[in-house]
Design a binder for this molecule. Structure first.
Ligand SMILES: [Mg+2]
Length: 373
């Protein structure tokens, strides 16, 4: 087959409205507005031999136009490179955008291209990405998040939780972290009662201080939760490490972090909980895999954040049994649907990520940019 070259890159800036706005604890504490849309950066790669790959990154509330602009500025350095040399291309993209830094918008923008190169490589090998990486399993435990936001009443959440379980999704996560912490506990108690012993997680979205977090973790122990997510500010590695060594209920964190060093701070602080890297946020599959190796050596469990279309493959390749987060929000952008039953999400048997972009994705595209030699 010989060495191939990247012939063109097409970037698309996509705005996907949510059917209904959602609120987590950051809205109830007045720090953010309800979420009304997801903004995505898609990258489609084509090679001289006619091969294709597709990747994406995303943002919520802010950053979408910046990601599109940043990747537009640096994308040209990938043209003409061998698409199999992903690490080399990654480094050249980082150097091209070096003055922006190696976290935040810079890594999130480059992630779209990095994911597309991994998709292309797996398609070229005619393997699902999980198999290319070296899978441990064909399916992963799955839990739903989209039904458990704070604008929803307890009755609405119970109804959605029942629907999720009936659809074969094994676990249910609900949001906590509102200013009225007693109301948090009432909602958790009501859901635990409703679910019986089905897996239940809670997510405080960084809205407790250290003192409140300790009290809440202690009060939540009786509910036998799978984890307590983001009890503290996302960059409080020491605080998360402390909680993870104090309570029986596992702590989970990491979704906001946008580089390998930011995640490494958790390990360096002695964190014992669950890590939640997000490939689009950490900078793509390349840095995700680097951190996953370090995390597994540190004995940490994995539950990647959001973007199940990518993370199902990465979770399937993690040594210890992970959880994958179910959000149906991105479904309209793709032709295919992921198989879910018996509490598990099944890795598609199609090559690459296993997704093709839909007509709806094209109709939601606000701007494109194409780069060629
Ligand atoms: Mg979360």
């Amino acid at each position: 087959m010989g060495a191939d070259r990247i012939r063109s890159l097409t970037l698309s800036h996509v705005v996907l409205p949510l059917a209904n706005p959602v609120s987590d604890a950051k809205v109830l504490t007045g720090r953010q507005k309800p979420l009304t849309e997801t903004v995505l950066l898609f990258c489609e790669v084509r090679t001289e031999q006619g091969r294709e790959g597709m990747g994406f990154s995303y943002s919520k509330r802010a950053g979408g136009p910046a990601q599109f602009t940043h990747l537009s500025e640096v994308a040209q350095v990938a043209i003409g490179q061998d698409p199999s040399d992903i690490a080399k291309i990654y480094e050249s993209l980082m150097w091209a955008g070096a003055s922006v830094g190696r976290s935040g918008v810079a890594t999130q923008a480059v992630a779209a291209l990095d994911v597309a190169l991994w998709d292309l490589k797996a398609r070229r090998a005619d393997l699902p990405l999980a198999k290319l990486l070296g899978a441990h399993r064909d399916s992963c435990r799955v839990y739903n998040t989209s039904g458990g936001f704070l604008q929803a009443s307890v009755d609405e959440i119970k109804e959605k939780a029942t629907a999720s379980l009936e659809a074969g999704i094994g676990g249910i996560k609900i949001k906590v972290g509102q200013p009225d912490w007693a109301e948090d506990l009432r909602r958790v108690a009501a859901l635990r009662d409703h679910l019986g012993d089905a897996p239940l997680m809670v997510d405080a979205n960084q809205q407790w201080d250290r003192a409140r977090a300790r009290r809440m973790c202690r009060a939540l122990e009786e509910f036998d939760l799978i984890w307590i997510e983001e009890p503290l500010d996302a960059w409080d590695a020491v605080g998360h490490a402390d909680l993870s060594r104090t309570f029986d209920t596992p702590i989970a964190t990491g979704e906001m972090l946008t580089s390998v060093p930011e995640h490494m701070a958790l390990i360096d602080a002695g964190y014992r909980g669950i890590v939640q890297p997000d490939a689009p946020r950490i900078g793509g599959i390349t840095p995700f895999l680097r951190f996953a190796t370090l995390a597994s050596h540190a004995g940490l469990a994995l539950a990647p954040h959001y973007a199940m279309e990518i993370h199902l493959h990465l979770a399937a390749a993690y040594p210890t049994e992970p959880w994958v987060e179910h959000f149906e929000w991105l479904d309209p952008l793709f032709e295919e649907r992921i198989e879910i039953h018996d509490g598990q999400m099944w890795v598609p048997d199609r090559p690459g990520l296993g997704f093709t972009l839909s007509e709806r994705m094209r109709s939601l595209t606000k701007e494109t940019a194409t780069f060629t030699a």
